[in-house]
Each structure stands twice: as C-alpha cells, then as structure tokens.
Design a protein around this ligand. Sequence first.
Ligand SMILES: [Zn+2]
Length: 448
Amino acid sequence: MWKFVSSNVRADFKEFPADVAILDEYDEFDMSHIALMPDRLEASTYKFIRGASNPTVPEFGIHERFINGTQHEMYYLCRTCEKYRELDFFKCVAEPITDEKGTVIDYRLREGVEETDEFVCEKCGTALDRTAWRWHPKNNQAPYSSYHISKLLFRDASPLELWRQFQNARKKGESDVERFYNSVLGLPYESPGSQLTAEILEGLALVKLMPEKISEGHCTMGVDVGSHFDVRISKSVNDIRVAMYIGRVKTVDELLDLTKRYRVSTCVIDALPEARIAKEFQKKAKCDVWLCEFKNQEGDTAKTLTRDEVDYIVRTDRTYALDCATSDIIERRNAFPVGVRDLLKGFFLKSMLANKRVLQTNAKGQKVYRWTKATNDHQRFADVYDKIATMLRGGMAVDAGEPEEGEKRDEEEGVLARGSRRNRNRKFLNEDDGSEKGKTGGLRRLFD
Ligand SMILES: [Zn+2]
C-alpha cells in the first residue's frame, strides 16, 4: 500500500507503519516532522529510506545525507590522458581565476569548450568521451549509497548553454547563482557572505561631483521612508548606475522638486511604514511612482518582481532585492561620488554596510540565506529601491535588453568601451587623463 503524506502536516507522520519511505525534495521538508519518520519504520524488517532533492546549503538536508553516503560521482573518459575525469562543472567547463591570495575573482570558459561544445579534460583540454562513463565512489566505506545527479548528466547537456546560464546568474546576483548551483549543478551553495566593505564602496567612488540638476536624459530614483526620506537618484550610463544625487529630505514637496531637477522617469518608494505619505507622493509626482512591498518571507521564495499595474505596486522578496543591488556593487555596476566616507557625515557608509547576509533557520527548520535587519539601513534601501526602479524600467543592468532612448545618447557619445567590467571601470578612472579626449565628453559632463 502507498501512503502519500505532506511534510507540512505533523499528524500525517503519526500512527502508520511502513517498510519503505521515499522522501522527495528533502530540503523543502518541515524538519521537525521528518524527525518522526524513523518511528514509522520501527516495526519493519526492511526500513528502506530513499531521499532525493535539490540541495540547498552545505552539510544540511540532502547534502548531509550525500556526504555521509558513498558520494558517487560521474566520470567520463579522456582518451588522450587515458584517464577517467570527474564530471565537475568547475573542472570541465568553467575555470576559476584566482588572485594572489587564492580567492576566486572570476571565471573563464575552459579552452576547447567554445569550439566543441563538449566537456573537456581539466589536464589536457581534450573533449571527454560521453559514451565511456562510470560512477565512482569517493567514500567507499559508507554505510549506504549516495549519488550526485546534475544537469551535466543529461544526454543532450550543452556545456556552452550551461556556461551561458552561469554567466547570466552571476550577472543577476547571489539569489540566481544560488539557484544555479542548487538546481543545475545539484550542488549546495555557500554564500561568500556578500558582505560589503568600505574598501569595495571606495573603489566605486568614481563620480567627482554630483550635479544640482540634469538637462538631458532621465534618471531613476529610490526613496526609503523613515523619519526622513532617504533618496538615491541615478542615471544609467551603459550598464552602470551612476549616482546623481544621494541625500535626505524632509517633505513630499522636496521629493517632488528632486523628481523635476533630475528628470526622474521611474521612482520606487517604500510602501511602509507610511503608506499614506507614499501614496500622496505617488499622486502628485509627474513620473511613474511604484510603491514597494516585500512579500512574506516564510516559504515564499519567489525570486522575481511582480507588479500591480493598476495601483502601481511592486512586490518582491527582500533577500532577492538586496542580492540584486549587492550584485551591482560587486560587479562594479554602481558608481558613487568620491569621498563616500564623509557622505552625509558618515551615515551613508554606515548605512550601506549595515546589513549582513547570513544563514538562518526558518520556522520549518530549513536553512535559508537572509539579510539581517538594521535600524540605520535607510540609504542602503534607497539604493535597493533605485535598483528596483531600473529593473522596472527594463534597465539594462537586469536583462541587458535594448537601451532606452535616454541611454542611447550616452552610448553614441562613446562614454565607456564595451568589454570586461574591469576595463570599463578603468576607462572611468582614467577619463580625465586627456587620452580619451572627445570620446568621453558625455561622461565628463556627468561628472564635472
Ligand atoms: Zn586529458
């Protein structure tokens, strides 16, 4: 007899005997209920338990079960080396690039993958033979079998397509990278902490002087509501959100004045704690003003933005939104004014560093990454709302789509060379050395 039970209903786990338990999507379970499962098998002579799941974080749930088992991995044959090579994304497709300290700072496609669209040998670069495969355990003495299954094992798996997905995920932020590890690679994901530091922010202090107003193009604006309105206004130059205004104002009239001076096309404002004020601003402003609501975090982990186009409400997950804004900073797609340490008498920097991304256990006993709450994070959230505004506008920072009218002009003036982020920023830093005269005219105007 089969009995299907829901891990979320504690009563389902009581009072039935069983010989075999199959646990699907193990890491999604309510862990306090799962603890009752062995009792159900008590009377059985078989006591078979089978678990399967996308892993989440290291040494938790299915991954803990995996490492305590035989740890079988798939190997393909390299006919040049005459050795079986482990089918590992970071050995057969992507090659980590490290700095002097050995920290991974970037990845490149391994040689040979581009031409063949095949997994390659880490040692010699030869395309591995997919027809000559075998499973091999890394932990032979374990009391039970465990297998690592990933999308690399699919018969028609395309290393180039996997590489493209990895690149996209990295561009979007931590949440997407986490999802790529868990559901494509079948690996747990340990967040590098994505904690911002003063040094990282200072490295992005590229704007000489923020202008009093702008006369061409359009800006996005993010507003956090507290005892003041904390505001961030940006102009997108190619992929980069360049700060035009960072500050605090007290009244709705001052906010309205900012929207005019900076030709704001899209604004996102905190819907809470004062929905009345946010709505008043929404009504009076001559640009698109979206009220942002963070969805209930328990269980609902949809990593997207949903928009209500009638009331102009945007709903999203708090961790996801912070991840997207953080990714802009880590990937150097955000530019701050010089002297970030002194900005708003030091409050800006303190605020930007206030939240930390930590692993927490939620009410169901599952491990999830969350950004901590902080009392002084208002400027951080102004930046997050500004990021959401660029996403709503179909900003290039999100999906690299066609630039809007306003940005096309910047691009035509040739402000920044396309190419790697590193190069682009170098260009930024060098823009006043005279070597790029004429070409950097547009950017110079923004920064002077
Ligand atoms: Zn080889």
